[in-house]
Design a protein around this ligand. Structure first.
Ligand code: HEM
Length: 441
């Protein structure tokens, strides 16, 4: 809600304190607002302040919230920031975890990041992943045909887990269990209390299994293909020449497996967009897939996934005339930046004609962070994400027919991560290519 909307409703208009150059939220604490507004929290705060910077408190800790391209430049480029201590433990343990690349800075970070780039940004390796994803999807089709309906969000996570395990060389794992564990890491990262604790507990088990696998690889008991991530991570040497402790190697393996499975959430939003955009759906069904990349990129822009990122200053910084003291907690609005009408006219309308691309280095199109991928914390998985989504468009439009039965497709913006409420149910699935005969013959 903007300041003028608040005024119009006769509610308490925020009395922005004038003494600081950074507008301050008059509420004692913004935590309730964060729970209520979810993805819109920083944008609402900034709109009320009439600024792209505003300070508030979350769980009684002072935080400065920022949005827009210039703030992206600060988060992904400036020296004097760290991700350590910036993310609550409940989120950190389920996503990046301690000792991971995201918790490093400077030369150590660049060295570890190069490992991720060699795996996730190598076109040939990514093409292999896409092939495996296609195979696993097709292998699941006969089973989907037998069921009256499937929940795409769950099925996509399973298919992606199987493909990601084969691709990374993490074989002989209880894959359905792993799929559920990984799904929970993503799904429960934004919740507090027992649901989150349970997911953390399950993650400890996953990390232990992967850590033992790394030890077996080093002992020669398991010999992964040299082109796999398991091989690369197990034998990676840090800048000082030492191997990663097995538990850190396990965290980094999960840092490839988990977000690859997370692409399933974008695939769910993709199916929703195909359902709503009949003209595009028919174009793709006719076999014209030239613009599938534009469609996938607009799904990444418009769909709520990673709401914010956070950092802490390690020394005083100056940004756009504002002084940011040392040890200051900062939050950057990724969702708000990709939904800002100044950057994307009519931002809540799906328009694949925007022709966005992760390769464009646009500092406002930041669903997976911004800046130079090799030297900043920008996500190394954008190529994988978009290629998987393009393949999913092909599979959904060319390989199968399905119906979208009546269901609740509403998306609550105060649930992080968000999803269509139903998880996107598909019914009466029929293979179009006939790659696998259905049970019904
Ligand atoms: C579902 C799609 C994805 C989303 C929404 C996403 C989102 C993000 C975001 C916002 C960041 C930046 C965090 C920060 O600023 O500190 C990030 C970092 C990262 N992502 Fe992704 N990501 C996705 C897919 C992937 C994939 C497929 C991979 C790997 C195969 C991956 C691996 C990583 C890693 C390792 C980092 C840490 C990079 C660093 O600190 O230098 N992500 N991701």
């Amino acid at each position: 809600m903007t300041a003028s909307e608040r005024d119009m409703r006769g509610g308490a208009a925020p009395a922005w304190a004038g003494e600081s150059r950074i507008p301050r939220d008059p509420r004692l604490d913004g935590s309730v607002g964060l729970l209520r507004e979810g993805y819109r929290f920083i944008s609402d705060l900034c709109d009320s302040a009439g600024s792209d910077i505003a300070s508030t408190r979350i769980r009684l800790r002072d935080v400065i919230c920022l949005r827009g391209g210039s703030a992206v430049g600060l988060f992904y480029g400036a020296e004097g920031l760290t991700r350590v201590g910036a993310i609550p433990g409940s989120v950190l343990h389920l996503l990046q975890d301690r000792g991971s690349v995201q918790q490093l800075e400077g030369p150590e970070h660049r060295h570890r990041k190069a490992l991720f780039l060699s795996i996730a940004m190598d076109r040939a390796r990514v093409a292999t992943l896409i092939e495996m994803f296609r195979d696993e999807w097709r292998a699941a089709l006969p089973d989907w045909e037998r069921q009256e309906r499937i929940v795409l969000q769950q099925e996509a996570a399973r298919v992606l887990t199987r493909a990601a395990c084969r691709w990374t060389g993490v074989e002989n794992q209880p894959e359905d269990r792993l799929a559920d564990e990984i799904f929970d890491m993503i799904d429960k990262a934004g919740s507090f209390g027992p649901r989150n604790w349970l997911a953390q507990l399950r993650r400890v088990g996953t990390e232990r299994r992967l850590s033992r696998l790394v030890e077996k690889v080093r002992a020669g008991e398991v010999v992964p293909d040299a082109a796999t991530a398991l091989h690369a991570v197990a034998f990676h040497r840090d800048a000082a020449g030492g191997m990663l402790p097995p538990e850190i190697a396990a965290v980094e393996l999960l840092n490839i497996l988990r977000p690859t499975v997370a692409v399933g959430r974008y695939i769910t939003f993709l199916a929703l967009a195909l359902h709503r955009e009949a003209t595009w759906r028919e174009l793709f069904r006719s076999g014209n897939l030239e613009l599938a990349g534009d469609f996938a990129e607009e799904v990444r822009r418009i769909s709520p996934f990673f709401p914010f990122t956070a950092a802490v200053t390690t020394r005083p910084l100056r940004w756009e005339g504002h002084d940011l003291p040392a040890d200051q907690w900062l939050m950057l609005d990724l969702y708000g930046t990709t939904h800002d009408a100044r950057n994307f006219p009519d931002p809540h309308r799906f328009r694949a004609e925007r022709m966005l691309s992760w390769a464009g280095q646009d500092d406002c199109f930041v669903p997976q962070g911004g800046g130079d991928v090799a030297t900043t914390h920008r996500c190394p998985g954008e190529m994988i994400t978009v290629e998987l989504m393009k393949e999913a468009i092909r599979l959904l439009c060319r390989d199968m027919d399905y119906e979208v039965p009546e269901q609740d497709l509403g998306v609550r913006l105060n649930r992080i991560p968000a999803q269509p409420r139903s998880g996107m149910i598909l019914g009466r699935i029929r293979s179009r290519t006939g790659t696998e005969p259905s049970a019904a013959g």
